[in-house]
Design a binder for this molecule. Sequence first.
Ligand SMILES: [Zn+2]
Length: 130
Amino acid sequence: MSLIEGTAKRQSATAGGGCPAWCVFDHGRNAQPVILHESLPVVIEISVARDDSIPEWIDVRTAQYRPEDSDELPAPPAVELSYHRGYRYRVITLTAKEARQLATTLFTAAAHADNLEQTTPTGSQCERRS
Ligand SMILES: [Zn+2]
């Protein structure tokens, strides 16, 4: 089944509304799921783990949940960033705006770590900040 066929099938399976393009949730299998829509996770393995024997990774997905009261409108989809360490994990839920801010910050920090930006002469800029 192609991705387009799968999307069409999912859309026909949901009552009203249909799925956003990013949704991969199997609506046919769950009659009353807590999850309304869910994207595929992107998994980032952490290469510099604190302990070599415990794997660490981050996964990022978009999710939208069914409201507790069926009369309520669902909250907008959110970005879920989950930090896993072995069997334990912690989910951080971000709005689209917060996720973009984090992405920008990570991009900048990664550029610093890559040393892509021009370095300033020692002691010139860093000392002025304090
Ligand atoms: Zn869906």
